[in-house]
Design a protein around this ligand. Structure first.
Ligand code: FAD
Length: 222
């Protein structure tokens, strides 16, 4: 497989950094080709605006989806967006590695999605969900939380993790046509014992050995 891992944590020595390093190492050792986007180290600009494009169809009024469609037709994406689009289009498996921030992704990763998941190139009229351009490819969220696991069950004080992840798993990944693998979630690594953290990393490494054979999960609809 060609795997793209998009990593969003400001500290490479964090537990998220260890998850990212583990995935690169294990997937390469298993014979896969791994591309990465380490967004903080790249200094990726998450702001989606006219700088996404080299030329504009309408310089007087910025309508992003219209410009994305135009850039898709004319090869008019800015180089940093075009480079990410090519990595995305080449992958068989997309992994997003991030800490949960405010029940969602860090802004740098949300911005990567805002800029790279462009209309025309990654979706369009008639090309969403089951007819999406990424059908046949798979995607997985790998994330950490601050809160403990019991807080993220139905009725827990933060609520159902599946519902919290649905905007990304359904609204982004399935919308684009990806089949979604079960998320890799590590709850509260900050309070975990070092031995527990090492076990989690080892279990993740083991999962990655056979991830190419995993079946997708139902992420639920609204
Ligand atoms: C802006 C913001 C918003 C937030 N919103 C939420 C929210 O909505 N919900 C929520 O639940 N939480 C929230 N949090 C908390 C956040 O999700 C957690 O702090 C984060 O997920 C912890 O992951 P980390 O990688 O940063 O952990 P770290 O603190 O980096 O790591 C935890 C431990 O792992 C150790 N470690 C690192 N590498 C290894 C290794 N190779 N082997 C063994 N141990 C290792 C580290 O030494 C450390 O002791 C928020 C945090 C911020 C900053």
């Amino acid at each position: 497989m060609n795997v793209l891992i998009v990593f969003a944590h400001p500290e490479p020595k964090s537990f998220n950094g260890a998850m990212f390093d583990t995935a690169v190492r294990e997937l390469e050792a298993a014979g896969h080709t791994v591309a990465t986007s380490d967004l903080y180290r790249m200094g990726f600009n998450p702001v989606s605006d006219r700088h996404n494009f080299t030329t504009l169809k309408d310089p007087d009024f910025l309508k992003l989806q219209a410009e994305e469609t135009y850039a898709s037709e004319t090869g008019g994406f800015a180089p940093e967006v075009e480079a990410e689009l090519r990595k995305l289009e080449a992958c068989d498996l997309l992994i997003l590695q991030f800490p949960m921030w405010w029940f969602g992704m860090p802004a740098i990763l949300k911005g990567w999605i805002d800029r790279v998941m462009a209309m025309g190139r990654t979706y369009g009229y008639g090309s969403i969900y089951q007819t999406g351009k990424f059908r046949g490819k798979r995607a997985m969220l790998s994330l950490t939380t601050g809160g403990p696991e019991e807080a993220y069950r139905k009725g827990g004080f933060n609520g159902d993790i599946e519902a919290i992840l649905r905007p990304v798993q359904r609204g982004v990944l399935e919308f684009l046509g990806f089949e979604v693998l079960a998320p890799q979630i590590h709850y509260g690594p900050v309070r975990a014992e070092p031995g527990q953290l090492r076990t989690w990393l080892a279990n993740y490494a083991q999962r990655l050995q056979s991830i190419h054979t995993e079946a997708p999960v139902a992420v639920g609809q609204y």
